[in-house]
Design a protein around this ligand. Structure first.
Ligand SMILES: [Zn+2]
Length: 251
């Protein structure tokens, strides 16, 4: 059964349905098949049951599984710290990214010169659907630049002072998912949940991973509703150019 939409769920976000798995060149990926009204959804847990840390996540397997599910669109959920004053619990949709990761495999094309265009890393159509959906459920989303840090530690105040020159929110899992999705010619958008102010932007000792997980849990229903509303708008063909991502990318 081909899915219409894949959802890659981050910390504290799950969807229920029928357990299945997809074989990929990067390993077998468990998925949950479910429906959102007429839309067939493949849910993929980014961190899995054992909760892999961000630097151990098999991003190529996740994106391969999303592609293998038959979906042409992928919504991922990511928790972020805000470097721009967004309040915890608010929704953020990246329009661009910068990354400071180390040695994460970030291409499907190890042995070929393939250079995908990154002028529009996140699908504009899918982002618009998420933005409309967020507004319609009373949580209008901010937009801007996502900065991906390697982690697994949270950032130091000096790191945040540096990184806020580059973007608005910071997380550890948005990259290389976004570029891999582009290489896979998928429509991809990230639905970020602001869980905390970044280090140095809150009182000392204010950041705990438990608090972050708890905020995410408390936002689960809103996130699910936004994905539901967006999922009802994406099945009418693709007016974006994501599916042409590999055209003119190969030397
Ligand atoms: Zn697209």
């Amino acid at each position: 059964m081909n899915s219409d939409l894949a959802v890659i769920g981050g910390v504290g976000f799950v969807m229920e349905g029928l357990a299945d798995e997809i074989e990929t060149p990067y390993g077998r990926v468990p998925i949950i098949r479910c429906r959102m009204k007429g839309t067939k959804v493949a849910f993929i847990s980014r961190h899995g049951d054992g909760h892999l840390p961000p630097h151990k996540v098999n991003y190529r397997a996740l994106v391969s599984a999303a592609k293998g599910s038959g979906a042409t669109a992928v919504i991922s959920t990511n928790t972020v710290g805000s470097m721009s004053g967004h309040s915890p619990g608010s929704i953020f949709l990246p329009s661009d990214f910068v990354e400071f990761t180390k040695c994460r495999p970030n291409t499907f094309f190890e042995d070929r010169a393939v250079h995908v265009d990154m002028s529009e890393p996140y699908c504009p159509v899918l982002r618009a659907a998420l933005s409309d959906a967020a507004r319609s459920v009373g949580h209008p989303a901010a937009e801007g630049v996502y900065v991906c840090a390697e982690g697994p530690h949270l950032e130091s105040p000096a790191q945040i002072r540096m990184m806020r020159q580059f973007g608005d929110v910071i997380g550890m899992t948005g990259y290389p998912e976004v570029t891999l999705a582009r290489e896979a010619a998928l429509c991809y958008a990230s639905l970020c949940i602001v869980t905390n102010p970044a280090a140095g932007m809150a009182a000392v000792g204010d950041l705990s991973i438990l608090d972050i997980a708890n905020i995410m849990k408390s936002c689960q229903d809103v996130v699910r509703e936004i994905i539901y509303q967006a999922s009802q708008k994406i099945s009418d063909g693709r007016s974006c150019r994501c599916h042409d991502a590999l055209q003119d990318a190969v030397i």
